[in-house]
Design a protein around this ligand. Structure first.
Ligand SMILES: Cc1ncc(COP(=O)(O)O)c(C=O)c1O
Length: 481
């Protein structure tokens, strides 16, 4: 007899909306199997650009990162003459910081203190000297886990109120965030990004959304993704300042998801952290606005998604609440040590003069060149396809072009019981062997349709993706015109 009956699984679990992307990715894998078993038509392979996963897309891992990790896992390698001296030194320092000198040991809850210090120094350097305290940093199994823990903390502190907690959440947004809110029984309070203004965030829209949530939920936090996923927008310093002032006025906890901070290459764009702007605003705001800033080893140059290394820095939380945060994070015991090591290598890469630096510089430069090329060229190409428009990309990993679908195609999608852009993606996958994310997964204005493509993809692969997408789109539009 089954111990778990579906009807017993709590209401919050059942309210989680199944992701639209997962069945597509599963189907893409099935097609790959069909292809290898012989002669599937019309497409003979699948290119998957639906996820922000560099290595999956064909980008190679960084040599320095893998050398250090390999020798940390198998310390006998330290004696290999093939490893550069700085790699050997780093391995010795890192293993020296692990209990028992082994990555197989548990670590303190927030992470190995040596790595907390490295991360904290990285944050301070990044923010032009703004102080950062290692004890405010909690490393987790990917930044997603940090986000979930912070949401749990918010939910725990407000569970006396009669209304569920709500979090202001962008439309479109990173879809797992909505699932996390649903899992906790919290409300998504949607605010719309302005597509015509390159997906900018407007404080007036935040105000409207907050007002609309009154009486429906108890809105306690504002979640911001900068650089944006799926939009590719990068917020200006001025915009961040306005958002912080708004959060202060409305007494909202700020959640700044900054996992794409290393990927800002648009002309005139730069990454400025919420923490830096908050600090520059001075007292009282710099001492009172509560902020959680998230970062990850999954994105940026290293793209080590599978190692599961992320962290949150908590700023301006009351010491009593920090105690509770520690207890909450300790329910995971600790983050995987490999993920923590990845964070240390991200925070502290080789520097000029180090033996590993020339290879590191060449590898990161080639990733940078690929991203810069794709960021400029992909939107331009898409804008030249009739029936597609794409905002310029400033940073992050994705473009989110709008599809202008013929009415007959929209009607047909209704008949097959699918959202129009999901149906479009399904056909694109079956007929052209390209897997992209449907706009309905991330949220979009009623009556609009989009797709999401990851541009952290080698240039030749991206060229093939766009060639197939263009052919498919033109045929699709003709079929329904
Ligand atoms: C905006 C955003 N935040 C957080 C994450 C989670 O990343 P990870 O848990 O791998 O650190 C992702 C993953 O794609 C993301 O796009």
């Amino acid at each position: 007899m089954s111990v778990l009956y579906l009807r017993e699984i709590c209401r919050k679990m059942r309210s989680i909306k199944q992701t639209e992307l997962e069945p597509l990715v599963r189907r893409a894998n099935q097609i790959i199997t069909e292809v290898t078993q012989g002669g599937r038509k019309p497409c003979t392979d699948v290119i998957d650009v639906s996820l922000g996963d560099k290595h999956r897309g064909g980008v190679q891992p960084l040599t320095f990162v893998r050398q250090v990790l390999a020798a940390c896992l198998y310390p006998q390698l330290i004696h290999s003459y093939k490893l550069p001296g700085d790699v050997r030194q780093r391995v010795q320092s890192l293993l020296g910081a692990c209990d028992g000198g082994s990555v197989g040991s548990y670590t303190p809850t927030g992470g190995i203190s040596y790595i907390q210090c490295s991360v904290s120094n990285f944050i301070s350097r990044r923010d032009g000297g703004v102080p950062s305290s290692p004890e405010n940093i909690f490393m987790t199994s990917g930044s997603q886990r940090s986000i979930m823990q912070v949401l749990k903390m918010l939910a725990d502190f407000h569970n006396q109120a009669s209304l569920p907690i709500g979090v202001l959440t962008a439309v479109p947004t990173y879809s797992s965030f909505k699932m996390m809110l649903q899992r906790l029984g919290a409300a998504v309070v949607p605010y719309y990004l302005d597509e015509e203004q390159c997906w900018a965030m407007e404080v007036e829209e935040l105000r409207r959304a907050l007002q609309a949530s009154k009486g429906v939920c108890n809105t306690v936090a504002l979640y911001v993704i900068n650089p944006g996923n799926p939009t590719g927008h990068v917020q200006s310093r001025k915009c961040i300042e306005k958002v912080i002032r708004f959060a202060a006025e409305e007494r909202l906890f700020l959640m700044a998801d900054e996992v794409y901070q290393e990927s800002v290459f648009g002309e005139g764009s730069e990454f400025v952290s919420y923490k830096k702007v908050l600090s520059e605003l001075g007292p009282p705001l710099s001492h009172t606005v509560e902020l959680a800033s998230f970062h990850s080893a999954s994105k940026g140059f290293m793209g080590e998604c599978g190692l599961r290394g992320g962290y949150v820095e908590l700023v301006n939380l009351d010491p009593a609440i920090m105690k509770y945060a520690y207890t909450l994070f300790s329910t995971d015991i600790c983050a995987p040590v490999t993920g923590q090591l990845a964070l240390e290598l991200m925070a502290n890469p080789p520097r000029p003069g180090d033996p590993s630096y020339p290879v590191y510089a060449q590898e990161t430069q080639s990733i940078r060149a690929m991203l810069v090329h794709n960021m400029n060229w992909v939107p331009e190409f898409l804008n030249n396809i009739p029936g597609i428009s794409c905002q310029p990309m400033m940073g992050g990993a994705f473009v989110f072009p709008r599809l202008y679908l013929p009415q007959a195609a929209i009607e047909k999608a209704k008949v097959v019981g699918m959202q129009p852009d999901l149906w479009y993606c399904k056909r694109l996958l079956e007929e052209a062997g390209v897997c992209v994310g449907p706009g309905c997964e991330y949220g979009q204005k009623e009556g609009t349709h989009h797709i999401r493509l990851c541009v952290m993809t080698p240039v030749e692969t991206m060229e093939e993706v766009l060639k197939r997408l263009k052919n498919f789109h033109l045929h699709f539009v003709k079929e329904f015109s």
